[in-house]
Design a protein around this ligand. Sequence first.
Ligand code: IVH
Length: 708
Amino acid sequence: MAEKPVKALTEGEAVAEWAALVQIVLDANVAYHRDDAPTISDADYDRMKRRLSELEAAFPAIERAMTGKSPTELVGAPVADGFGKVAHRVRMLSLENAFEAEDVADFDDRVRKFLGHSGSLSYTAEPKIDGLSLSLRYEAGVLIQAATRGDGEVGENVTDNARTIADIPQRLTGAPEVLEVRGEVYMSHADFAALNVRATAAGEKPFANPRNAAAGSLRQLDANVTASRPLRFFAYAWGDLSAPLAPTQFEAIQRLKSLGFQTNPLTVLCDGPEAMLDQYRLIEAQRATLGYDIDGVVYKVNDLALQARLGFRSATPRWAIAHKFPAELAWTRLLGIDIQVGRTGALSPVARLQPVTVGGVVVSNATLHNEDYIAGRDSRGEPIRGGKDIRVGDWVQVYRAGDVIPKVADVDLSQRPTDAQPFIFPALCPECGSEAHREEGDSVRRCTGGLICPAQAVERLKHFVSRGAFDIEGLGAKQVEMFFNDPTLAVKTPADIFTLAKRDADNPLQKLKNRDGFGETSVTKLFAAIEAKRTIPLDRLIFALGIRHIGETSSSLLARHYGTWEALAQAIDESHNYFGRAWEELTAIDGIGAVSARALVDALHPANAERKEVNRLIGFLTIQQVKAVATESPVAGLTVVFTGTLEKMTRAEAKARAEALGAKVAGSVSAKTDLLVAGPGAGSKAKDAERLGVKVIDEDAWLALIGG
Ligand code: IVH
């Protein structure tokens, strides 16, 4: 969608857009890195991150406010529960992206400028493997630890699992005393297809793509499961080292190869941007026949002494860049436009297409985003696609980036049938007939039917049982739909899931085990899986409720802040007029904006039918409190706010340390704040603290308090 140029935004607009994008990108990070279930396309993700960087660069107010909050400063997502944690001795970083040939030339210019180097430089070029990165630590030639990237600082300990991967040597001869090898775990196309055939036959959910399959397989708590999955590994980098591997990147990779690692055979040396682009085209031409997914080409400065001089920005090295492949495109006929109703009532137009192959995948549906998009406008009413609308019968361009839902990107007016009519977006929900309302400033029209809308109800159930939520084994989207539509099973709301076994036992006829697709064993297993999820951590419960704007990040913030369901519910009940202490406390949670807070309070208003359903659900559950990380420290349980300039560490680091010690870090001072840590230049927050009688200390006193 066309965006207003950054220069045309007022500061207020920029801040609002920035805050909304931060939330989307943070949630997408969690979905992608932690839950292996991407929610947005790579291209959209990259676009949003670029936009964030532009906003941050153009508006000093954002730059000041963002320290530690913006995804542009982060790598990946927090680690999942269940694995031990490993602090990386050398941070595992991400790569800056390039999309166009000019970006590659700019990269070379920047590098040479930074180094004051007028001649040409040599770079390596190699495929960017679409898997997940892994760090392998060898001491005295023995593999002692394997860790995922996690958030770049702390990853998951997956040593037992990594040991089952044939490409990973257990012992090395002739390696430095300490050698941390980094590379990508991936799954080949053939192995992925075979795995999905097995999964489907066993009644399990197939994986969406090889990357998710690789990630899901590596992060199995039972290493025997990993062992049964055909994972592979390419080495392309290193972390902690007791002695250098070689003077250049290229030789270092060759050294890894001679130590017994798989290295990518398409790695070459280039003497400048032109040669880099040649190798890019060569790799792109082979992409479809490689037998594994790649999503671009990585260029790295070859001379390791120069790499060391170039160093790092906050999350990416200055000496490397990932040149991404463009999204894939094709033209086809638009046969019809269907309206799907989602979990939060959003009416989403879906293009029904004459099937067409886009980058090796047959596409017959694509998203059309919303009614403005179809009409040729963005959410602010500005024209997109030169103002061309999209009509049934049109010849349209379909665009597919990575593995996500394809989009209709453009329309060819010269091919428009003479009788094609503008599309009229429905004003009523096609599923339940309720009015579909569009709020001021929202590009989405939403069904106002709430729980009476069967489409919303079923989508909510699907969300409720999904991976990041209750994750009930054997109860996927297909079963949810069947149970919802079956009059005797009548699973209409999440609470009904927990009465299913009893209702089935009480029903002498039409038992579940006698139905198609079920049997004695699968039903016993399903009921046991449901039973097992009666005990659920608070953050998962909140997320499972599927409230608009309350994604996994917000759910976990709320759970950590309130600790118990009762405390959260009380806060909601006392906040329903968006006013008062409880409301202030809710909106003061760092990371919970007014939009999410309002959505939460509205959705669970004590008088709502939905709240009654949630209360019924709660009655069936044992909710586990989400604990702060440490409880022994002097700041455990305190709500702390940082303001002004910190001199000993970054705001991000200060926040991370405080949280690791069990403190809550808030963004603004309220009556609930225990401590304000104020550096030089502290402004309004210090005044707020004074007014509210909140204790104020400086950075040194804070460091003394937490023990340096
Ligand atoms: S180098 C300091 N080389 O891409 C940077 N990364 O978007 C070290 N990746 O986290 C990474 N293929 O998981 C490098 N040939 C390659 C790669 C590669 C895939 C992944 C890696 C990294 C991510 C960055």
